[in-house]
Ligand binder design. Structure first.
Ligand code: GCO
Ligand code: MN
Ligand code: MN
Length: 388
């Protein structure tokens, strides 16, 4: 029988070159896995059943490559993706590894660093356009501080705006058709990163010259690091049409930046997230921005990648069960019914305001209504634990 949890192209599962290519280096220890070339990674992703591969400019093209080397590398990579049936939906720019960016890229005080950052982002967009990418992720890993003596935070925001505006115009001028997805993170590698939450970016986007081109890329781990709720962050982005991309992984609150296999630490939070994405019909890439444990070799990397996709599909199946479960649906459908007749709020009108003013509310009845969330959540737990 066919595996019902096997990945298929329509699931749009993607991995970054830096994710399955992660060599297990950490602040305390050297790499534990061999370096895989970008083309070897494409082969691995085909083997495990992924649909797409994403990259930073320098995951593919070394920072010191000559223009001729760059052209050859990009052409060969495009051919390999074609041969192995992998799409390149998203590109991003490495604005954090090189020491030039030690105090930020777009927000750095030194105008030469800011110029280099924009130059590098344009180069990444050129690479992505050649590979067919239409999503540009911007993650400001070094855009932050350890001491706020270095610059005013409002100045940093203004510099970030200038860079995003410039790059939107660059995409338009070149006809690249990019949609920009801004990725928030509260800290690491900086002590504090500007734009720590998806909500901060949702406030920033309307201040841009081309807000219609710019959305967000929420990441599970970055939300969990602060103890917040990923599904709520995603829900707010979705509601304003700004969920342009998503980074799926996992993270235990209060720990170092773990980048765990999707659903491995907080399967219930992952369930609500998958259920939301599937219920609303999100049809963008499901990108896994995570990496295998440092204990693993290449076999373990494959187990990790397969595990991310399998868990997503299991949770998708659980969400469908939840939606079809009669007892759950009885509980849920009761929730939106008024306990007794009440005027709708709706859009303001003098008549509506008068109706609400004269509404004879029964506070005691409202406060004593039983909601049955214990039952609802236990039924959810039963589904997740496989007994329902
Ligand atoms: C992190 C981030 C990165 C970005 C990537 C794309 O915590 O390091 O999640 O993995 O997503 O650089 O811009
Ligand atoms: Mn991350
Ligand atoms: Mn990420």
């Amino acid at each position: 029988m066919d595996d019902p949890f096997a990945p298929r192209p329509e699931h749009k599962f993607s991995f970054g070159l830096w994710t399955v290519g992660n060599r297990g280096r950490d602040p305390f220890g050297d790499p534990v896995r061999p370096r895989l070339s970008p083309i070897e990674i494409v082969e691995l992703l085909e083997e495990v059943g992924a649909w797409g591969v994403n990259l930073h400019d320098n995951d593919l093209v070394p920072i010191d490559a000559t223009p001729a080397e760059r052209d050859r590398i990009v052409t060969e990579f495009a051919q390999a993706c074609g041969t192995h049936g992998l799409k390149v939906p998203m590109v991003t720019t490495n604005l954090f590894t090189d020491p030039a960016f030690k105090d930020g890229a777009f927000t750095a005080n030194d105008p030469a660093v800011r110029a280099f950052a924009v130059q590098k982002a344009m180069g990444a967009m050129d690479i992505g356009a050649e590979l067919g990418a239409t999503i540009l992720v911007m993650w400001g890993g070094r855009e932050g501080t350890e001491t706020d003596g270095c610059r005013r935070p409002d100045v940093a925001v203004a510099r970030l705006r200038e860079a995003v505006n410039f790059l939107c115009e660059y995409s338009l001028a070149r006809g690249y058709g990019y949609r920009f997805a801004l990725e928030a993170k509260p800290n690491e590698p900086r002590g504090d990163i500007y734009m720590p939450t998806t909500g901060a970016y949702l406030g920033f986007i309307p201040t841009l010259d081309h807000p219609e081109m710019v959305g967000v890329n929420p990441e599970v781990a970055h939300v969990h690091m602060t103890g917040l709720n990923m599904t709520h962050a995603v829900g707010q982005a979705w509601e304003v049409g700004k969920l342009f991309h998503i980074d799926l992984n996992d993270q235990v609150i209060g720990r170092f930046d773990q980048d765990l296999r999707f659903g491995s630490a907080n399967p219930k939070a992952a369930f609500w997230l998958v259920k939301f994405l599937e219920d609303v019909g999100y049809d963008g890439p499901r990108h896994f921005d995570a990496h295998a444990y440092r204990t693993e070799g290449i076999d373990g990397v494959k187990d990790f990648a397969r595990g991310c996709m399998r868990t997503y599909l299991i949770l998708k199946d659980k969400a469908a069960r939840w939606n079809l479960d009669p007892e759950i649906q009885d509980l849920v459908s009761a929730l939106d019914h008024p306990s007794h007749p009440a005027p709708p709020v709706g859009r303001y009108s003098d008549k509506g305001a008068a109706a609400l003013r004269s509404y004879d509310v029964d506070r005691t009845a409202l406060g004593s209504r039983e909601l049955h969330y214990e039952r609802l959540d236990q039924l959810t737990t039963d589904i997740l634990l496989g007994v329902r």
